[in-house]
Design a protein around this ligand. Structure first.
Ligand code: GDP
Ligand code: MN
Length: 385
């Protein structure tokens, strides 16, 4: 789960990172109100779940509340890389002498938390990694030993900070790692970490990604989710308990089990088409979830044919068949070739249910894949007939 800048900054502030005071507004008048309260020049910043807002015109300075209002009116409603701006952060503006990049990620290959720092702050780290990877300094933090001050000091001196700044820098690095660990984040970035003309270090932008697998430990994070910004299809999938990732191909797949879903995508490619999605209905899915999965897939206009690949175990083939039939009943008009492969528990019952609905189930995976690829490739003219 991606967090907005203002949310990520709150977590950093709680750990003691210096963050300029600010609040979020969804109207220009609201932005003016906050600017008045702050009583200094402010920066008005688009809150969208993407980077590069500065370049896109989504970050602007304003000297007065009236100016903040005018700037917010321009930024609200803007489209930044496909994200509609619905909120702005209005924060105390900071003078910048220098911009540093400071980030931490969970690195699975070394099984540590890796601290990444670059003197080229303000630029996206992916960009630095591509153009001048030697400019990124790294320190590995063993999860059992935790962060040690020497790690931040070493980097701080390499950044040419003075002794006092190095101390602060190390405290900020420690706070960043704490915030990452406490909140089960995969990634937490401060970019830029600004050095002011007076030599203070201040976090001006933050990015935070929470590990979805840890969300069960943080029931209170649900309120941080920006439902408006979420893709409507992915949101429905999440609510139904379906693992769904949209891809670019034409063959929709409904599969039980992540491994089988991967194999299904491979076999579709093998026979000459591209999968339209990864979808795992999970174990023991009932008819309702199967129906929800099919309707999710059919809401993608690129889908030309659908393959159900079900290996019955905890998931029963008859339950799946009932789901397919009931989904087709409620989705009248969306006629699309459907190929079903059923194997395993209650297979015969499942086939019987499908047969009554004029659907045929095959039992081999390659047979099913060939049939669905052929159907997708010959259904180029559109799926509604
Ligand atoms: P991003 O483009 O989405 O990464 O958004 P940022 O919040 O990082 O803002 C982009 C750039 O705007 C930063 O690198 C800074 O140069 C500038 N900026 C952001 N906040 C302030 C501020 O308070 N004062 C000044 N002078 N510049 C700022
Ligand atoms: Mn930034």
């Amino acid at each position: 789960m991606n967090l907005h800048e203002y949310q990520a900054k709150e977590f950093l502030r709680q750990e003691g990172v210096p963050i300029p005071p600010g609040e979020v507004a969804s109207t220009p008048a609201g932005a003016a109100e906050i600017a008045k309260k702050i009583g200094h020049p402010v920066v008005v910043k688009a809150q969208v779940l993407t980077g590069g807002r500065g370049k896109a015109g989504g970050v602007k300075l304003a000297q007065t509340p009236a100016e903040a209002e005018a700037v917010a009116a321009k930024i609200l409603g803007m489209d930044i890389r496909g994200h509609l701006v619905r909120k702005v952060l209005v924060a105390d503006a900071v003078d910048i002498a220098r911009e540093i990049y400071l980030g931490a990620i969970v690195d699975r290959s070394t099984r540590t938390i890796v601290l990444m720092v670059s003197a080229e702050g303000g630029v996206e780290i992916e960009e630095v990694a591509r153009t001048s990877p030697e400019k990124i300094m790294r320190a590995s933090i063993d999860p059992y030993l935790g962060y040690s001050d020497y790690q931040g000091r070493e980097i701080g001196f390499a950044l040419d900070l003075d002794a006092r700044q190095v101390r602060t820098f190390s405290q900020i690095a420690r706070a960043l790692v704490n915030a990452l660990v406490q909140n089960d984040a995969n990634l937490l970035e401060i970019n830029p970490l600004a050095v002011t003309p007076a030599g203070e270090l201040v976090g001006l932008d933050a990015k935070m990604v929470i590990d979805d697998n840890a969300l069960f430990r943080h029931a209170d994070f649900e309120k941080l989710r920006d439902l408006e910004a979420e893709d409507p299809i992915e949101r429905r999938a999440r609510e139904e308990g379906i693992n769904y990732i949209k891809l670019d191909g034409t063959v929709g797949c409904v599969v039980n089990g992540a491994g089988l879903a991967m194999a299904t995508m491979d076999v579709i490619k093998l026979y000459g088409a591209e999968p339209a999605n990864f979808l795992d209905i999970g174990g023991g899915a009932r008819a309702e979830r199967v129906a929800a999965a099919l309707s999710l897939i059919l809401s993608d206009p690129k889908v030309k044919a659908v393959l159900f690949n079900i290996f019955g175990g905890i998931t029963r083939c008859d339950e799946v068949a009932r789901g397919i039939v009931s989904a087709l009943d409620s989705l009248r008009g969306a006629r699309i070739p459907i190929v079903v492969r059923l194997a395993g528990v209650n297979e015969t019952k499942g086939r019987e249910i499908l047969r009554k609905a004029n659907l045929v189930a095959v039992s081999s995976m390659s047979e099913a894949a060939q049939a669905v690829v052929e159907a997708a490739n010959s259904n180029q003219g559109g799926r509604r007939r």
